[in-house]
Design a binder for this molecule. Structure first.
Ligand code: ATP
Ligand code: MG
Length: 729
């Protein structure tokens, strides 16, 4: 054995080494999180090149992200001490795209074909509806987008769809066909098309298929549990009868069913591919035993699992911290404080990840980190105030604040589209340039002088009156009302609602969160001294935060959604917003299969942790502008009690010291009413002067009972129950 093969096997346990050196034609490595699946895949590639002398050119490897692909390539090169540039490694999409680029002609695409992103696709669908004279209300473009993409994921072209004489399906298919024609004429390829067309490219061209089957003697796939039908078909086609397939995955981590992924592919793999050796890895190298036990405790509640248990040779480790906050602020404060403490304890910022279910949850966490000057990054996404929908609404707000804000003007004058196209905008720009005025001013002059087309002029006049009205209606100076009005009146909401459902949902959640941000904005003493209006103060605070860029090179705390955390690992993990409705997500709670997928997502989250896991929930949270009582996530209850250390937020809202309460799981009991008192946490109460609110914490007994109430209008107050005269109907 030469040096490199030794290094390849050195750091593997026996089961891993057996998989890496398998002589079976096909291999399925089916194993739980952190058991070294990705490592085995990487070492397998190195083994093929270093020990079996397979050329990197003959290997195709599929990863879940392009970043992972780059890291793997480096890792392999490092192990083998040779470059492996001609190893083909990437995501399904990047591989498919490359095939199409190489074979444009056979794929019947123009040389300079363009990629259509989801927005472009949506717009094109609307155009097709126009061509066919179909009403968008009856045929909502985003439903059609779903129809087209779902069918492409299943490998179906418009002319292959069975309609069984059903009018609805017939029409949908007609639109699909129209869309296909358009794309074909203009040389456009959407994301689902990449996969479908790459598959067809090989399926319909024996010569090409033969060529690639001859080339890729070895095909390897990571995260196989999340492949959809067309991806699976593509792999099987390339593999043919003779090539060697090596796939790794974990049925418990399948989290993309909503995009067409099917865990069945992993289950069927052995049936589809003769001569498959099955490898199971049971030792987990990532996490402490407590973390694994917690993860196992949760995932055991799922049905129809293949079932596997993980063990760790590591120490038992710390218990899992579960923090019950009394509000979302308390939660964010707690996370910020804990991170500060960790950083003082010489943990590096990039060893810490904060995971959340919905994108919009990042806002308060970002605010906390900015305040504490802790550098952070949103992994695979944008910071809250950089997100498109937020910038759009903020641009309207800027115009309400100051009509001469050209940046705001440029951004929203035609968003959503209102017939102020590029030509009109250029006229306005030129006129402004010549006359040294703002765009707003210049547009007004052009309307007056009759220089704009009738359509543009009337559209601008309507736009002007909308901004003026928003301003006039804002005399009450209540920021959340203003933002609410902007979102409604600007028609932005309807505009986003036309996008594909998940995207639209995320945007609307972000907009709700923006209203929360406006509602809870506090004018600083400096701003008040300067006489800034609430709006001006809010706009200033947002732009200051945005401008405050930390040094890119220093380590950053990583913030991300649970979905984008797949495959990653961190010494310290925070899972926030562990509440019913947030996680499991509102949309998934009622449906058995969706709930199971949420649970797998929870399993993915927990198993990202190496050493220390912090989970938190709030007993009340501002949702859509209203303080709402929340119940702890059912997943928390599924973690065995002895693994958990409970902490509760301090009842006094002004102080943020917390004490450890080691009674058994308050989150398991608090939903029950407290029998000693007429009150319980989560209860809606009414106070003569403070109005309506929700009890989020209680302490003391009898005459000394104190309750913490989050009032809708005046925020949190601690009250002595005996005197507060709270009514509870
Ligand atoms: P996931 O299911 O989350 O994708 P995985 O099964 O792909 O996890 P890896 O990411 O490959 O697991 O491995 C988890 C961690 O354990 C990594 O840090 C890896 O380097 C380490 N590891 C795996 N096998 C060994 C081993 N034999 N010796 C030491 N460390 C190992
Ligand atoms: Mg992995």
């Amino acid at each position: 054995m030469n040096i490199s093969t030794e290094t390849i096997l050195n750091n593997l346990n026996d089961d891993q080494a057996a998989a890496v050196t398998t002589e079976a034609q096909n291999a399925l490595v089916l194993a739980g999180a952190g058991s070294g699946k990705t490592r085995v895949l990487v070492h397998r590639i190195a083994w093929l090149i270093g020990a079996e002398f397979i050329s990197p050119y003959s290997i195709l490897a599929v990863t879940f992200t392009n970043k992972a692909a780059a890291e793997m390539r480096n890792r392999i090169a490092y192990m083998l001490k040779q470059d492996v540039n001609n190893l083909w490694i990437g995501t399904f999409h990047s591989i498919a795209l490359r095939l199409l680029q190489i074979h444009t002609e056979v794929a019947k695409l123009p040389k300079n074909f363009q990629i259509l992103d989801s927005d472009d696709q949506y717009r094109l669908i609307r155009r097709c509806l126009g061509d066919l004279e179909l009403d968008e209300k009856q045929w909502p473009p985003r439903a059609i987008q779903g129809f087209i993409n779902d069918n492409k994921n299943e490998g179906l072209r418009a002319d292959e769809i069975e309609n069984f004489g059903d009018f609805n399906t017939q029409t949908l298919t007609k639109i699909y066909q129209q869309y296909e024609n358009h794309c074909q004429r203009a040389g456009l390829v959407d994301f689902a098309e990449m996969l479908l067309r790459a598959h067809e490219l090989l399926l319909n061209n024996d010569q090409l298929l033969h060529k690639y089957q001859m080339r890729f003697s070895h095909i390897l796939v990571d995260e196989f549990q999340d492949t959809n039908n067309i991806q699976s078909a593509f792999i099987q086609l390339l593999a043919g009868k003779n090539n060697k397939l090596f796939v790794v995955g974990d049925d418990d981590q399948s989290i993309y069913a909503w995009r067409g992924a099917k865990v069945d592919h992993i289950l069927d793999f052995q049936n589809l591919n003769n001569n498959t050796a099955l490898y199971k890895l049971e030792q987990n190298y990532r996490s402490t035993q407590n973390i694994l036990d917690a993860a196992n405790g949760v995932i055991e509640h799922n049905k129809n699992r293949l079932g596997k248990r993980l063990w760790s040779a590591q120490e038992q480790g710390d218990k899992i911290n579960i923090y019950g906050a009394h509000s979302e602020f308390d939660e964010a404060f707690y996370v910020g404080e804990a991170i500060e403490q960790l950083l003082r304890d010489t943990i590096r910022a990039d060893e810490i990840a904060i995971l959340y279910r919905s994108n919009a949850q990042s806002r308060l966490l970002e605010e906390t980190l900015i305040k504490r000057q802790i550098p952070y990054q949103i992994y695979g996404g944008l910071r809250f105030f950089e997100r498109m929908e937020i910038k759009d609404v903020m641009a309207y707000a800027r115009l309400v604040n100051n009509r001469h804000d050209d940046i705001g003007f440029e951004r929203v004058i035609n968003t959503p589209t209102r017939g102020m196209g590029l030509k009109t905008l250029n006229m306005i720009r030129n006129h402004a340039q010549i006359n040294q005025t703002s765009l707003w001013q210049s547009a007004i002059s052009l309307v007056k002088s009759g220089s704009l087309s009738n359509r543009a002029a009337s559209s601008f006049t309507a736009f002007c009156s909308m901004i003026d009205e928003l301003d006039n209606n804002h005399q009450d100076q209540i920021l959340s009302h203003l933002f609410h009005d902007i979102i409604e009146r600007s028609a932005l909401k309807d505009h986003y609602l036309k996008e594909p459902p998940e995207k639209a949902q995320t945007r609307l959640e972000n907009l709700d969160e923006l209203i929360n941000a406006a509602e809870t904005h506090q004018i600083s003493d400096e701003d008040a001294a300067l006489g800034l209006s609430p709006l001006a103060s809010f706009l200033a605070a947002v732009s200051l935060d945005a401008g405050d860029r930390d040094n890119e090179d220093e380590p950053h705390v990583q913030l991300m959604t649970l979905h984008s955390a797949k495959g990653l690992e961190f010494p310290i993990v925070f899972m926030v917003g562990m509440e019913q409705g947030l996680f499991p997500h509102q949309n998934s709670m009622e449906d058995f299969n969706k709930l199971q997928e949420e649970r797998r997502l929870c399993y993915v989250g927990i198993t990202r942790t190496e050493k220390k896991l912090f989970m938190s929930y709030a007993t009340s949270r501002r949702l859509r502008g209203k303080i709402t009582p929340c119940q702890p996530s059912q997943f928390l209850r599924e973690i065995p009690n002895q693994l958990v250390q409970q902490q509760r937020g301090n009842i006094h809202p002004a102080r943020h010291h917390r004490q450890i309460i080691d009674s058994a799981s308050p989150y398991q009991q608090q939903i029950q009413p407290n029998t000693d008192t007429p009150y319980h946490i989560g209860q809606t109460v009414h106070h003569a002067s403070f109005g309506e609110g929700v009890i989020t914490d209680m302490s003391g007994k009898g005459d000394y009972l104190q309750v913490l109430v989050q009032f809708n209008q005046v925020g949190p107050k601690v009250l002595a129950a005996k005197f507060a005269k709270l009514s509870t109907n």
